[in-house]
Design a protein. Structure first.
Length: 241
């Protein structure tokens, strides 16, 4: 019983998703008589720039993560990154919403969640250029190691979005595994590799899907799709697929 009472009087848990980590103290000024104390209580209710900044950031974070159906651990990691960026003064000359979108994308890549930068950009309230600029600054200034996105993890999502069957998915996965085993993927956009493999799989199964349809769905240019497609057809032994 004593343990239960102790738990009940400790207050809400600390959370980095709260602008002040949940440490806010509210002063009740109704019964204060001293005018100096009243003035102090009034100033205490005025929000600081840091709290205002973090409030905007957490609001945008929750909105994007809710729209993308991202788990809480992504939110926590993204907010942790944002606080580091704020403390290092990376927000100077950069937008709050752009930086929080960049933090969300990096958190996604850290855990290898099959979400693309374009999906985050589509939900962000700033232009794509600003999100990319903030992402580059985040990587550079915080000296973060950029995790690689596995193209294979992206396939199921795009198969569903395009309404393609399990056979096309199976061949696409085989192509990507062969590509990873035989060719260097470093520096290549994983979405471009998926686009090329998916287009080739559709041709193998005689599916009437255009390059334009695949490129638009995945979020790459047709030029990128064709480059990866040619690479796959030239360098892989398709008889073994």
């Amino acid at each position: 019983m004593l343990e239960k009472n102790q738990r009940e009087t400790t207050g809400a848990p600390i959370s980095s998703l709260l602008p002040d980590m949940g440490f806010t103290t509210v002063i009740d000024n109704k019964n204060i008589i001293n005018p100096d104390l009243k003035r102090a209580a009034k100033w205490d209710t005025r929000i600081s720039w840091q709290k205002r900044n973090l409030l905007i950031a957490t609001t945008e974070l929750k909105r994007i993560c809710t729209n993308l159906n991202l788990p809480d651990y992504i939110k926590l990691e993204a907010m942790h990154l944002y606080r580091r960026a704020f403390e290092k003064k990376l927000l100077k000359g950069r937008s709050i919403n752009g930086m929080i979108a960049a933090c969300i994308y990096f958190a996604i890549r850290m855990v290898k969640l099959p979400r693309t930068l374009q999906e985050v950009i589509d939900e962000a309230s700033v232009e794509a250029k600003e999100v990319r600029r903030c992402y580059s600054a985040l990587i550079r200034e915080l000296e973060l190691k950029v995790p690689n996105t596995d193209p294979i993890a992206l396939v199921p999502k795009f198969i569903v979005e395009m309404g393609l069957d399990a056979e096309v998915e199976k061949i696409t996965l085989r192509l990507l595994k062969a590509f990873k085993s035989n060719l260097n993927t470093s520096g290549k956009d994983p979405k471009g590799i998926v686009a090329g493999a998916l287009y080739l799989a559709c041709k193998i199964k005689d599916k009437k899907v255009t390059q334009n349809q695949i490129a638009k769905t995945i979020g790459v240019t047709e030029v990128t799709l064709r480059s990866r497609y040619k690479e796959l057809t030239k360098k892989l032994n398709l008889k073994n697929i």
